[in-house]
Design a protein around this ligand. Structure first.
Ligand code: NDP
Length: 252
């Protein structure tokens, strides 16, 4: 069968699946980190889990780039932006997380791996092959420039916020503390806010359905989890700042 037909069917199914996922994650919080609980089967060391979950995004997208023929400079820029995020997320970030030797359920690692592999295939295959290639002039298009600014701004916010969380613990420590400073002044999860902005930026910069699907999935995963984190902080810290919101400063 023609790959375009398969690709189109997959992207429609993927877009359709984001909505029920978004709704159901408000009722069932993914059981890892502070929301880990019994009843989700066997697990593995969480650092290994993070590498296994995230590496397919770096590898599958990288393979799509390498296998594509007649690549433009724009393709190279998309490749660098994606890998700037995913090489760090897959191979550096897991080892910077502090919190002792936690375990992550296989169910989470499996669904995370699938999520990343599908997103990487959809984005990589579309950008480098099925789109017919982005011309070099796309790098001067206002959509690319606005999306790039949002992508880099989101990446900066995400990295800073994740680093602030790392610094709340000494190596091996598992305690939770109230984060302060930066965007933590306004929201409980600036790392999630940064991640969402980053992939909205990607959707704009690539002006593609594949990019849009990834942005929607990121919202579907992280908005309900931000709500769950926010509620958790309120339950565990009686003096938790009342003006702080879950994800959107002053709003939600
Ligand atoms: P969290 O904010 O839940 O945790 C990040 C790290 O900080 C963990 O090691 C956690 O420890 C620790 N931590 C969190 N809060 C505190 C605190 N108050 N005090 C001390 N330590 C704390 O993020 P996630 O683990 O859910 O996600 C990690 C990264 O992955 C984020 O950048 C996120 O944006 C990204 N991500 C992206 C998704 C997507 O759909 N694109 C989906 C999921 C994550 P512990 O593990 O012990 O809780």
């Amino acid at each position: 069968m023609d790959e375009t037909i398969l690709f189109n069917a997959l992207i429609i199914a993927w877009l359709a699946l984001a909505a029920p996922t978004f709704v159901s994650l408000f009722f069932v919080t993914a059981p890892y980190g502070r929301h880990a609980r019994r009843g989700w089967g066997a697990g593995m060391p969480s650092k290994l889990g993070w590498v296994l979950m995230e590496a397919p995004a770096a590898v599958v997208f990288g393979a799509c780039y390498v296998l594509a023929e007649g690549k433009t400079i724009t393709a190279g820029v998309f490749f660098l932006l994606w890998e700037l995020h995913y090489v760090h997320r897959s191979f550096i970030y897991p080892f910077s997380r502090r919190g002792g030797v936690k375990r992550m359920p296989w169910a989470i690692v499996g669904t995370g791996l699938l999520f990343n592999a599908v997103n990487a295939y959809l984005n990589g295959r579309y950008l480098f092959v099925l789109s017919g290639g982005y011309p070099s002039a796309w790098l001067g298009d206002p959509r690319f420039l606005a999306g790039l600014a949002l992508f880099l701004g989101g990446l900066f916010i995400n990295r800073r916020a994740d680093l602030a969380l790392t610094r709340l613990r000494r190596p091996g420590e598992t305690t939770y503390r109230v984060p302060h400073g930066g965007l933590y002044r306004w929201v409980s999860c600036p790392n999630y806010l940064g991640e969402i902005l980053q992939w909205i930026g990607w959707a704009v910069a690539t002006w593609s359905l594949a990019g849009l699907a990834f942005a929607l999935w990121t919202v579907a995963n992280l908005a309900p989890r931000a709500r769950a984190h926010h509620r958790w902080y309120g339950e565990h810290f009686p003096d938790y700042p009342a003006e702080r919101r879950a994800l959107l400063p002053g709003l939600w």
